[in-house]
Ligand binder design. Structure first.
Ligand SMILES: Cc1cc2nc3c(=O)[nH]c(=O)nc-3n(C[C@H](O)[C@H](O)[C@H](O)COP(=O)(O)O)c2cc1C
Length: 316
């Protein structure tokens, strides 16, 4: 029994998105319409337990607003998962998630993340080392339904590891995001859970764009939770019961972008994060009003928070 069992059903999670869901964006979402649980961006344990730690530690930065929050880890060495789990418990995280789904070629080539789907021995050692460090602290895995083809024996294996939570993205790693997520497979995993490990909470992920859609899928497949990633780019109020985003004016959207950029500049020292990562947010804030596409173009040509803020100020 952990705090997860007390969450509403279905509960909603903001998906980890590297270079997107840093503490700054999570705070923006927290102020608008908070999910029930946050995940950090994925962070490499082998890097964290090396002199490269200083460069990576920013990914584990969070504030009291973004609670409860899991740290998402990836890597290869079980002993580094052990050490990092101890670290994140001391930092005040609420759980640890193991990334076993990232399909990026360079990552898979090294044998990490989704490659673990076909290396159960190492996957098992990583989960066991994490659990040994974690004790009763929640341990979860985020994964896909297979590496190149759907493989329910992978889900069966994960359910044998007595996880507190299992988030399943309904695509294989090979499919990247090119085909629609297969929720029937997530439903199958949910059925397997009942006989194999009733205590593991099952979270579905893939292509959910609204809260209502999430509730419908959770009800159809009897899931405990729903994870939403890219949906926040369409509606930052996606976790709210009633979203007012459609009614937001140009002025409100620009002011929200200004708040985001100001918080970014205040949070990160120069060089800690690339300014260009903010450009991803143009499609969220600078859309749905006259002149938006021209403004986006001008924004793409800016080089610093100061330049970006002055461009947006002129528009108001
Ligand atoms: C820009 C971007 C970065 C991502 N980074 C991560 C990550 O760090 N860890 C992870 O487990 N998944 C990552 N994902 C995958 C998402 O968490 C999620 O599984 C995927 O986008 C499908 O959900 P969605 O359709 O709701 O977006 C990323 C996805 C995107 C688009």
């Amino acid at each position: 029994m952990t705090f997860l069992d007390k969450l509403p059903k279905p509960f909603f999670i903001l998906a980890p998105m590297d270079d997107v869901t840093d503490t700054v964006f999570r705070q923006i979402i927290a102020d608008l319409a908070p999910p029930d649980l946050y995940f950090s961006e994925f962070v490499n344990v082998d890097g964290l337990q090396s002199p490269g730690r200083e460069k990576l530690i920013r990914k584990l930065h969070f504030t009291a607003k973004e609670k409860p929050i899991f740290a998402q880890l990836w890597g290869l060495k079980p002993e580094n998962f052990y050490k990092t789990t101890k670290d994140i418990m001391a930092m005040g995280f609420d759980g640890v998630d193991l990334n076993m789904g990232c399909p990026v070629k360079t990552v898979i080539k090294n044998g990490a993340c989704a490659a673990l789907i076909n290396n159960r021995e190492l996957a098992s050692e990583i989960i066991d080392a994490t659990r040994e460090a974690a004790g009763d602290f929640p341990v979860s895995v985020k994964t896909r339904v297979g590496l190149t083809t759907p493989d329910m024996s992978w889900i069966e294996f994960l359910l044998s590891k007595k996880l507190d939570l299992l988030s399943i993205h309904g695509r294989t790693a090979q499919q990247l995001s090119k085909v629609p997520a297969d929720w029937d497979l997530i439903g199958k995993a949910r059925q397997m859970r009942d006989s194999l490990c009733p205590a593991t909470l099952i979270v579905g992920n893939g292509d959910v764009m609204t809260r209502v859609q999430g509730i419908e899928l959770a009800s159809k497949y009897k899931l405990d939770g729903i994870m939403i990633g890219r949906g926040v780019f369409h509606d930052p109020f996606v976790f709210a019961k009633n979203s007012s985003w459609e009614q937001w004016s140009e002025k409100q959207k620009i002011e929200l972008f200004q708040k985001h950029i100001e918080l970014f500049a205040k949070t990160w020292k120069q060089g800690e994060y690339k300014f260009d990562s903010l450009k991803k947010f143009c499609k969220l804030y600078l859309t749905g009003f006259e002149g938006a596409s021209e403004l986006r173009e001008h924004f793409m040509a800016t080089h610093s928070p100061k330049e970006a803020l002055s461009l947006l100020a002129k528009q108001l």
